[in-house]
Design a protein around this ligand. Structure first.
Ligand code: ZN
Ligand code: ZN
Length: 155
């Protein structure tokens, strides 16, 4: 059986379970992520939406402004406003779960660092983990199994 990973918001009203490992884990250093989290970067686990089970609470979506003009919805606990996951580009089949909301964030270290062009200068990236100035070609980087999962999720 698949491993599962529980997480939730700061107040405990929103609880969720990831029903498997993600397809890939991004550490994003872009300006949008810095501003929206109020910190240096965000760590997002990309997973099929139907593998994220809401155990309690009703996450509320908020539309974020984006440089690209493509939609970005952030889903937050309605009580404490902790951001639990995002949907990008209007793609509801995929979720970008914020790894910091997992009960054990050490379970999902970043597979790739992206938008390092705006990385804060005092952050040193680990050797051996791919890093890109902007985005990257998922066909070259993702495991074959993850590419197949994404294709299946996107229909
Ligand atoms: Zn909460
Ligand atoms: Zn970003």
């Amino acid at each position: 059986m698949s491993e599962t990973f529980d997480g939730g918001c700061a107040c405990g009203a929103l609880r969720y379970c990831m029903r498997s490992r993600p397809m890939i884990v991004h550490c994003c250093h872009c300006k949008d992520c810095q501003r929206q989290t109020g910190t240096g970067f965000v760590v997002n686990a990309l997973i099929e939406a139907d593998r994220v089970e809401v155990l309690s609470g009703s996450p509320r979506g908020y539309a974020m402004p984006t440089d690209s003009g493509k939609p970005h919805m952030v889903f937050r606990c309605p009580d404490c406003a902790t951001a639990a996951w995002s949907e990008y580009g209007g793609t509801t089949a995929l979720r970008f779960v914020r790894v910091g909301t997992l009960d054990d964030p050490t379970a999902m270290p970043p597979d790739v660092h992206i938008y390092t062009r705006s990385k804060l200068p005092w952050i040193t990236l680990p050797a051996g983990v791919p890093a890109f100035q902007a985005y990257y070609n998922s066909r070259e980087l993702w495991p074959a199994d993850s590419l197949a999962r994404r294709k299946a999720a996107m229909g």
